[in-house]
Design a protein around this ligand. Sequence first.
Ligand code: FES
Length: 277
Amino acid sequence: MTTRLGSIAVAFGVSVLGSAWFAAAYVLHAGPQLEGLGLLVALGALGLGIILWATLAIPQEQVVDVRDDYPSSREERSGAETALQHGADELDRHGFLATFLMAAFGALGVAVLFPLRSLGPRFGEGLYRTKWTPGARLVRSDGAPVRASDLAVGSILTVFPDGYVDDASSQTLLLRLPLGVLQASPRRRDWSPQGYVAFSKVCTHAGCPVGLYRASTYQLLCPCHQSVFDVAHAARPISGPAARALPQLPLQIADDGYLRAQSDYTEPIGPGFWQRS
Ligand code: FES
């Protein structure tokens, strides 16, 4: 019996270790194989412990209850008291096992909370912001900053805010238009110095990168579902499934000749919940 109880406690202890393994593998990005192994050990050992514990309650031998014709003797009554006492000990042991069981369940419960972090960014301000800040320099994908003299009229370049060349939500198309082509609203009149204009590269339909530019008609094309945006008119969609213009990044040319952002985008980039509200 004692060996059995020990086995059950060991099973629950192994389950706790498996849960700790799973949490550590997740935090250290050790890979799905090691995370799965931890979870397998945690759940397997927990199940094994419960099964072993359940078998304790099942009598292992056949018992025949012989009806006595006479009252029990003093020795028999004394034996029954001893058996009752023994039962009380068993109850204590069950309490000991219950502690281990709760520890195993608790560790598993804590461990499975870790993957909640993988559900994505927290809902909040982050959905409205990119890495563009007032004064941020425009840089190429290799980190080289862009001067106002770098692009010929009719050119297009993908740029990022300085220090964030890997940030997909900040990727921006920088175009240089002939002077007089852009039909800017009064509010955006100082957003495009020397014909430079910048729009979010994230398509407002389903988030693909808008990468194709037809310079002769000043049109941007999204290759995923063929939405076409009219650059000369604030990148508004003129065909395809996109229903919203590409957000425009306000630009300025600093005294050092580098192109910089005046601010972040003034509206959310890409597709999102705001279109369904
Ligand atoms: S993602 Fe651009 S048109 Fe669909």
